[in-house]
Design a protein around this ligand. Sequence first.
Ligand code: GLU
Length: 346
Amino acid sequence: MKKATVTVISLGGTISCTPATAGDGVVPTLGAADLVLSLEGTAPEVDIQPLTWSTRDSSEITFAELVDLAAEVRKQFEAGAQGVVLTQGTDTIDESAFALDLLLGLEHPIVITGALHNPSQSKSDGPANLQAALQVAVSPELREVGTVVVMNDEIHAAQWVRKSHTSNSAAFQSPGVGPIGWIAESRPVFAVKPFHARKAPIDGATGAGNVALITAVMDDTPMIVDSILSLGYKGLVVDGMGGGHVSGGFSEALARAAQSIPVVFASRTGSGSVLQSTYSSPGAEVDLINHGLIPAGSLPGLKARILLTLLIRNGATDTEIADTFAAYGRYLSRPAHHLNPESNYA
Ligand code: GLU
């Protein structure tokens, strides 16, 4: 039987790290071919094509780079790859995974992985994570769930996954939802299908525009909100308290900002949906919505910033932005046996 071809694209991070020549610590140096070598024949069922994209820390990844990367992924699929695995630093996987999910859609989903422990450590988790990612990358279910993150034998949907620990191999969680599947006996098991609020991938996103993300905290000054506009940001996401709340003073500053740029409010709690019609004090959700702010629905601030940035860079209108976020306000995952692409979308 012909082997499935999987392209492994490497971007650096701990999985690619080796000891620095001077001083302590490690730096990313290994490319995709090196990572594939580390598998030592443990993935005989796939033909792996290595492609080194970069060898950097994941803090250096940019939106422009992710747009180019998405184009490369599409090229790999069009050239015959059955799957694409991306390795990168774990610090920003929760951001890049959602961006790539939005850019690639269900047509070209990829599997992203990395490591918490570098190859020079005895508990190095890179090879096992890469092996699991390859197994998921060739599974037909991937086109029904979109881009996923595979770490520690768990499969997480791009829109929910969060790095939730600084150093543990089990650092990745999907708060409030859980993983959508796992690896059992070297095979992926998909348990639930994530909701995709967008019908189609965000095509392009080649324009400019940065979106600020700020967290509302007790007894803060709203000066920070006014400064966002003067700094030239094209959008703002506020991680509000609880159900998506800020102080009255903050609300007035956010209302001023919302007259010039899209302002989205999310919840700093990290799971659940922001409220829309429960509280109406100054700074509560009813007040914010009346001031023209957009509820992030179920997207936490980190993910809402990714979506808003890509929409702005794609030239979306205010209505398109509001409609897209509205679609994230009504969902939850459904059991896998209800898989039906037609009914999955808003
Ligand atoms: N500097 C790393 C990064 O690129 C650290 C985290 C990791 O890869 O686990 O994100």
